[in-house]
Design a protein around this ligand. Structure first.
Ligand SMILES: *Cc1c(COP(=O)(O)O)cnc(C)c1O
Length: 362
């Protein structure tokens, strides 16, 4: 069977060159005589894989030297607890911007551990835009401010980096990491589940400024303590070895294309094709504010739940998979991460035109 265009929000498409390389090396990696899946994580050959992966990520994202890179498990959702456990270091206060479901989950989890406030929210508008803030939106003594930079479910992205003054800014970048260049130094910490734009499910990458380490609550589980993980090179226990290897291949692929500037150019071109079409007609509506539009997750609706359902089913039959919107939002969502080729979006737009003609609204 031919490969389909997979618009899933995650786990999602990986670059074909990466999958082919992994297939080539599946039985025997280099001259190791075994698969990466079978290797001891303490072996020199694997130690090179993980250190290359870290070095490549540092190069790709231009991560400053005073940041640690951690390869962890538990998904982005585990970070919803790990962040307050590690970073509620002084006042035990933190401020959260609620811009969607994941930031709300992060906020609720953090409430178990300290005095957590909502700095801004767009909940009343069904998270159809990213709330604006300025430095006065935050409590001066907050230990950190938390945001979700790209809202996977709603299809919005922060059009700005919040100005938090000296308060460390923590960002969940699960669905936008590696999609464009980002100034890491503006953040105290960045975290991302890998299954959207970086690797297979099972790996979570944490990028954290060194001065924020070492203040975890005493009762923090060892596995969630960033300092322990940093001191052990992400190998306090067995790391998600194979996912880290796939991530390494993805970083190599990004570099081979020209890095994150090039990635942004390619992603912007794909997103423009889809948004320009959405703006040019009135059969489909794009429910989010223009300025908050995500380049990675594009949401749209016909305004008729039965038509939406029909759209997703017929698109799937035509090889355009997983276009059904998140269960909490309805409509459609096209996730067009780095690995989605331009042709996939062209096919989608062509399908949308055909569908609109074939299914006139009453
Ligand atoms: C997918 C996603 C999550 C949840 O990730 P898990 O790895 O499943 O825990 C959290 N935040 C964002 C922004 C996501 O896109």
């Amino acid at each position: 069977m031919e490969r389909v265009y997979n618009f899933s929000a995650g786990p999602s498409m990986l670059p074909e060159t990466v999958l082919k390389k992994a297939a080539e090396e599946m039985l025997c990696y280099g001259d190791s005589g075994m698969s990466v899946m079978e290797m001891s994580h303490r072996s020199p050959v694997y130690e090179k894989i993980i250190s290359d992966a870290e070095g490549l990520l540092r190069t790709v994202m231009a991560i400053p030297d005073n940041y640690k890179v951690l390869f962890l498990q538990g998904g982005a959702s585990t970070q919803f607890a790990a962040v307050p456990l590690n970073l509620l270091a002084k006042s035990k206060k933190a401020d959260y911007i609620l811009s969607g479901q994941f930031s709300t989950k992060a906020y609720k989890e953090a409430q178990k551990y300290g005095d957590i406030a909502v700095a801004a929210s767009s909940k009343d508008a069904n998270f159809s835009f990213v709330p604006r803030t300025d430095e006065n939106s935050f409590r001066a003594d907050a230990d950190y401010v938390h945001i979700c930079f790209n809202n996977t479910i709603y299809g919005t992205k922060f059009p700005y980096i919040p100005d938090t003054g000296d308060i460390p800014l923590v960002a969940d970048m699960s669905s936008c990491i590696l999609s464009e260049p980002i100034d890491v130094s503006r953040f105290g910490m960045i975290y991302a589940g890998a299954q959207k734009n970086m690797s297979a499910a099972g790996l979570t990458v944490v990028i954290v400024r060194e001065d924020l380490l070492g203040n975890a609550r005493e009762d923090t589980p060892t596995m969630l303590d960033y300092k322990v993980m940093a001191d052990n090179g992400s190998m306090y226990n067995t790391p998600p070895c194979y996912c880290i290897y796939i991530a390494k291949l993805v970083y190599e692929w990004i570099l081979s294309l020209g890095g994150l500037e090039k990635m942004k150019e390619l992603n912007a071109k794909k997103a423009k094709l889809l948004y320009d079409y959405l703006d040019s007609q009135d059969y489909y509506a794009a429910p989010v504010e223009k300025e908050s539009r995500s380049m990675m997750n594009v949401t749209f609706v016909t305004g008729d739940a039965d038509l939406d359902k029909k759209f997703a089913a017929e698109a799937s039959a035509a090889g355009l998979k997983n276009l059904k919107g998140h269960r909490s939002v309805g409509g459609m969502r096209a996730s067009i991460y780095n690995a989605m080729p331009y042709e996939g979006v062209e096919k989608l737009v062509a399908f949308m035109k055909e569908f609109a003609l074939a299914n006139p609204k009453k």
